[in-house]
Design a binder for this molecule. Structure first.
Ligand code: ATP
Length: 195
C-alpha cells in the first residue's frame, strides 16, 4: 500500500515523515532522493547539463544555487527539468517500495496535487500549519529572504483546496499533538491494509 505525504512549504512534511520512520514505517523522501539521483545518475547528469549548461555541476557536486537561479527565472526550464527528474524519482521510488516488507510505505513529496498524482496513492496524508508559523520555521531553517518564502507560499495550493482531496490531515503545530495524530493515522492505515 502506497501512502503519499504532502503539505505546503514549512508545514513539517519531513518532521512528520521522521515520526513515521521512528515508529517503523519506511519513508521515501522524494526531495532528498531527487538530489541524490541528480548527482549519481549518469543519464540525469547528461540531460541536466544539456538543458542548463555545464555550470549545473561543480565537479561532481550539484550546483544548486545556479540551478535554482536558472529555473526561478524561466518557468519553461523548470518544467523541462521536472520532466527529467520526476519520472526518475517515480521509478526509483517504485523499485524501493517493492523491496519493503511493511504493511504500507510512505512517499513524502511536495507535489501530489500540483501534478494531479492522487491516483498513484492508496491514501494521502496532508500536513498543515498556519502560514505565519510556516514562514517563521522556514526563516529559522534556511538562509532565504522573507519575500522569497512568501512568494513560494503564494505559488502553492492552499490547504483549504487540498484538505477535501486528502484522507488524513495532520495539523502540525504542537509536536506532542502531531505525534499522537501520527499514531492514530498509523492505526487506521494498518487496519485499512488488513495486516
Ligand atoms: P519544505 O517544504 O521546505 O520541505 P517541510 O514541510 O518538509 O518543509 P520540515 O522541514 O519538516 O517542513 O519543517 C520545517 C522546519 O520547522 C524544520 O526546521 C523543522 O524542524 C521545524 N518544525 C516542523 N514541525 C515543527 C513543530 N511541530 N514544532 C516546531 N518546529 C517544527
Amino acid at each position: 500500500m502506497i501512502v503519499g505525504l504532502t503539505g505546503g512549504i514549512g508545514s513539517g512534511k519531513t518532521m512528520v515523515g521522521k515520526i513515521f520512520k521512528d515508529i517503523g514505517v519506511p519513508v521515501y523522501n522524494s526531495d532528498k532522493e531527487a538530489k541524490r539521483l541528480m548527482k549519481s545518475s549518469k543519464k540525469i547528469r547528461k540531460a541536466v547539463r544539456e538543458l542548463l549548461g555545464d555550470d549545473a555541476y561543480a565537479g561532481k557536486e550539484l550546483n544548486r544555487a545556479f540551478i535554482a537561479n536558472r529555473v526561478f527565472q524561466d518557468k519553461s526550464l523548470l518544467h523541462k527539468l521536472n520532466t527529467i527528474v520526476h519520472p526518475a524519482v517515480r521509478e526509483d521510488f517504485t523499485s524501493w517500495a517493492k523491496k519493503q516488507e511493511s504493511a504500507y510505505v510512505i512517499q513524502e513529496t511536495a507535489i501530489i496535487f500540483e501534478n494531479s498524482m492522487q491516483s498513484f496513492y492508496d491514501r494521502i496524508i496532508l500536513v498543515t500549519a498556519p502560514e505565519e508559523i510556516r514562514l517563521k520555521r522556514i526563516l529559522a531553517r534556511d538562509d532565504g529572504s522573507k519575500s522569497k518564502v512568501l512568494d513560494r507560499m503564494q505559488n502553492q495550493r492552499k490547504d483549504s483546496e487540498n484538505i477535501p482531496l486528502s484522507d488524513f490531515v495532520i495539523d502540525n503545530v504542537e509536536l506532542d499533538q502531531t505525534y499522537l495524530k501520527v499514531l492514530e493515522v498509523n492505526k487506521d492505515l494498518l487496519e485499512y491494509s488488513g495486516r
